[in-house]
Design a protein around this ligand. Structure first.
Ligand code: ATP
Ligand code: MG
Length: 418
């Protein structure tokens, strides 16, 4: 137990750190280019925020939240997703009074869901995400979709499938829900227990059920029942996507897991080698959420992208970036004076942006070389006390096994020259 991480969690080990960092860099760069600014919200919030913001008929709230009482008897929940916290911060900090839209992003934000751990489904995972508050035009819907594609592409993940749908607005959904309920009513006894419970409060979610959805292929689609405004919005989105050369498929069955979505919903998915599908990114519009949480009526839209799933796709495709060199230079020293000089040299190198290190374990010279080899360092600088008097050091290329003598004063330059 003591040396076993809790179920559904993963360590990010140093050997993979560059992969996380490159994903975060890609995210930050794409977001900066499109005028998005970073927001970081707490890892935990009042439970009520998620009950209201994610919706208490969702799987996330009904089954998956990490909720506990703190020492002050408050009900606290570890964030299962990023949107609710961002909306809370937007309202609390009166960001709605600033220039709108507010274009926000978060990178590698930890999320917690008590799910059955399996491939691609963790209990602590990490999301990149964007949220735009205060823009209702479909151009924003298209922009965030393109942004997701750009981030994925920069991470060696392209050619994924984009599926889009519209789930309408409260106005047109009301009529549609009646039709849907009429269709579902006779099937009700055959549906799972959770879906039976959802029938009154959120029948659309039944179409999203992992168990029941296959039985419901001829259910009426929201897409065929949109009001004029929603139909027009969807039409514009398709035109914006086409204008940016983004291919898509319409999937009337995407309803998304969350209550507050309106109009556009989308998923970016890939096939897995075992014949399944993996959703890497999911998002949509939530024009009702900010008001629902106590802010002024403000449209919103966003997506969340699972970082662990991005890593899985990189692995599946062999497109993981290679690890950069761990060190540019390793300094091997022999004797006390040499060690002092080595310490100074390492610092001079670091000051000039050269990744450098030396032995900190009082190893023999032979062991220092062995250590440098283990680290995969190509260039080793050798300082010995007698050479020190000559103010010269040896520069050894470990891959080519060549060695030359270089004046101490020229070493830094040798590494910075490029
Ligand atoms: P799913 O249908 O796979 O359960 P979801 O609708 O619950 O997905 P969202 O709430 O939209 O997922 O989360 C956005 C993204 O976060 C997902 O597309 C996925 O990449 C990632 N994600 C969600 N849940 C998990 C999890 N338990 N483990 C790892 N990644 C996850
Ligand atoms: Mg889920």
């Amino acid at each position: 137990m003591l040396t076993q991480a809790p179920k559904g969690t993963l360590d990010m080990l140093p050997r993979d750190a560059h992969r996380w960092q490159s994903i975060e860099r890609a995210m930050r760069r794409a977001c900066a280019l499109a005028g998005y600014r970073e927001i970081r919200t707490p890892v935990f919030e009042h439970t009520e925020l998620f009950q209201r913001g994610v919706g208490d008929t969702t799987d996330v709230v009904q089954k998956e939240m990490y909720t506990f009482e703190d020492k002050g008897n408050r009900s606290i929940t570890l964030k299962p997703e990023g949107t609710a916290g961002a909306v809370r911060a937007f309202i609390e900090s009166h960001m709605y009074a600033d220039a709108l839209p507010a274009k926000l992003y978060y990178s590698a934000c930890p999320c917690f869901r008590y799910e059955k751990p399996q491939s691609g489904r963790l209990r602590q995972f990490h999301q990149n995400g964007v949220e735009v508050f205060g823009a209702k035009d479909a151009s924003v819907d298209a922009e965030i979709i393109k942004l997701a594609m750009d981030v994925l592409k920069a991470c060696g993940i392209d050619g994924l499938r984009l599926n889009i749908n519209s789930i309408g607005c409260p106005k047109c959904r009301k009529e549609y829900l009646e039709k849907l309920k009429e269709y579902l009513r006779p099937k009700l006894p055959t549906l799972c227990k959770t879906c039976q419970e959802r029938f009154e409060r959120n029948p659309m979610r039944i179409l999203d059920c992992k168990e029941d959805a296959p039985k419901l292929t001829d259910a009426p689609a929201m897409l065929d029942n949109l009001c004029e405004e929603c139909a027009d919005h969807f039409d514009k989105l398709k035109r914006y996507l086409a204008a940016m050369d983004i291919g898509y498929a319409i999937d009337p069955r995407i309803v998304r897991g969350l209550d507050y979505y309106t109009k556009t919903v989308f998923e970016i998915i890939t096939d897995t080698p075992d014949g399944g599908e993996l959703t890497v990114c999911g998002g949509g519009r939530y024009d009702g959420l900010i008001e629902e949480l106590g802010g002024p009526a403000t449209p919103g839209i966003g997506w969340g992208m699972g970082i662990e799933r991005m890593l899985m796709v990189q692995d599946m495709r062999g497109s993981a970036p290679a690890a950069p060199d761990y060190l540019d230079a390793f300094v091997v020293t022999l004797g006390d004076d040499a060690r002092m000089a080595g310490m100074k040299l390492v610092n001079d190198l670091r000051a000039q942006g050269v990744k450098a290190d030396l032995d900190h374990a009082a190893r023999s010279m032979k062991a220092q070389f062995k250590y440098a080899n283990k680290l995969g360092v190509k260039n080793v600088v050798v300082i010995a006390d007698d050479e020190l008097k000559l103010s010269a050091v040896k520069l050894r290329n470990m891959t080519e096994s060549t060695e030359e003598t270089v004046p101490m004063g020229q070493i830094v330059e040798r590494f910075t020259r490029g």
